[in-house]
Design a binder for this molecule. Structure first.
Ligand SMILES: [Ca+2]
Length: 359
């Protein structure tokens, strides 16, 4: 991998005038411009984010313009850092602009019934506004070919799908455990996305149901089970062909932010330790850049053995392939499931990755 030279930029985007308006009620201060203006220091209780250098230069990959800057306001009295500019997006990644966004729902009516549905009821309740800083997410699920590179480099544990017809280099890497996924992302100079980041990437700033809007997906835009069967009726070789298989990544059009297969195809490990509901997670799943219990990561988290997986898969119907649905599985992946993953990066690490297109 070659590294392009970096270029400094001083451009900073702060929340809109409307967003700051809530925070300025007691100050009766004006709000003349939303770009290039620093909020009053007497208001911002959270530390402002310093704008690090942003890489410049053209590279591979299609240019996908991110959606317009969001305008949602956060809870009264909660100040957020300045939103950093997308700047240059690393190759094969998409920029997800930060800000306040809805996470969870007040009522889950989609009816997804996966085998490990929590007895306590839908895990995706209740709805809250959370804030995430701008981040970058892989456009594609990590593939068998990608993971093989990491194994050959001696940086990823040996892992492979157990199912026949799941090992084409362009199929998503499944069959590994959470630690395998985390090791791969670390080798790439990235990390697993948090649940809150996954929700923002999948649902956007207005909290829509899927990367394609508020309607459930179909086999037109996602690899799921429909009336023809699993993986849109495409059977797998070997035994139990009706169980279907993951398809090569990017076999459907990209959704929001130019990200492929965020719902459907392989269900994806994310960073967070599982919490049975957003309510039970409490403060760890609220506020600024929430990371869930114990801050996520690989270190043991007392009372937690499950990690979270998101986005539904080839095996389940459209009611599970949403940006809302949460699922759990033991981090060691024993007994084995065939979950995939993709990586994310915040700006501090994104600037060190191979460059893509400047937005
Ligand atoms: Ca997926």
């Amino acid at each position: 991998m070659t590294q392009r030279p970096l270029r400094m930029t001083a451009r900073t985007i702060v929340p809109s005038c409307a967003a700051w308006g809530t925070l300025l009620l007691t100050l009766a201060a004006g709000c003349a411009s939303s770009v290039g203006e620093t909020p009053p220091s007497t208001v911002a209780t959270a530390p402002a984010v310093t704008q690090p250098p942003v890489a410049a230069g053209a590279g591979s990959g299609a240019s996908v313009a991110p959606p317009a800057e969001k305008t949602l306001e956060g809870p009264p009295g909660v100040a957020a850092p300045a939103v950093v500019d997308c700047g240059t997006t690393p190759a094969d990644m998409a920029c997800v602009p930060g800000g306040w966004h809805p996470r969870g729902v007040d009522e889950d009516r989609d009816g997804c019934k996966q085998a490990d549905e929590p007895r306590s009821g839908p895990a995706s309740m209740p709805k809250a506004l959370v804030w995430n800083q701008t981040f970058w997410m892989d456009k594609y699920e990590v593939t068998i070919g990608d993971y093989g590179q990491c194994m050959r480099a001696g940086k990823c544990p040996k892992a492979a799908p157990l199912y026949q017809d799941f090992s084409d280099p362009k199929q998503p890497m499944t069959g590994g455990n959470w630690y395998d996924a985390a090791a791969y992302c670390s080798w790439r100079g990235k990390r697993l996305p948090t649940e809150a980041e996954f929700e923002l990437a999948a649902r956007g700033p207005e909290g829509e149901k899927t990367p394609f809007g508020n309607e459930l997906v179909s086999c037109e835009n996602a690899v799921i089970m429909d009336e023809r069967g699993r993986s849109c009726g495409i059977t797998k070789r070997g035994s139990q062909p009706e169980k279907g298989k993951v398809l090569p990544v990017g076999s459907r059009a990209a959704g929001r932010y130019g990200i492929f297969d965020l719902v459907g195809n392989a269900e994806e490990w994310v960073a967070d330790w599982w919490s049975p509901s957003w309510e039970s997670c409490g403060e760890a799943c609220l506020g600024i850049n929430p990371t869930g219990p114990c801050g996520g990561g690989a270190a043991p988290c007392k009372g937690h053995s499950n990690k979270t997986v998101r986005g539904g898969s080839w095996y389940w119907g459209p009611e599970c392939a949403t940006g809302i649905r949460r699922r759990r599985h033991v981090a060691s992946n024993s007994p084995p499931h065939h979950f995939g993953f993709r990586c994310a990066a915040d700006q501090g690490s994104a600037v060190r990755l191979p460059n893509g297109e400047t937005n």
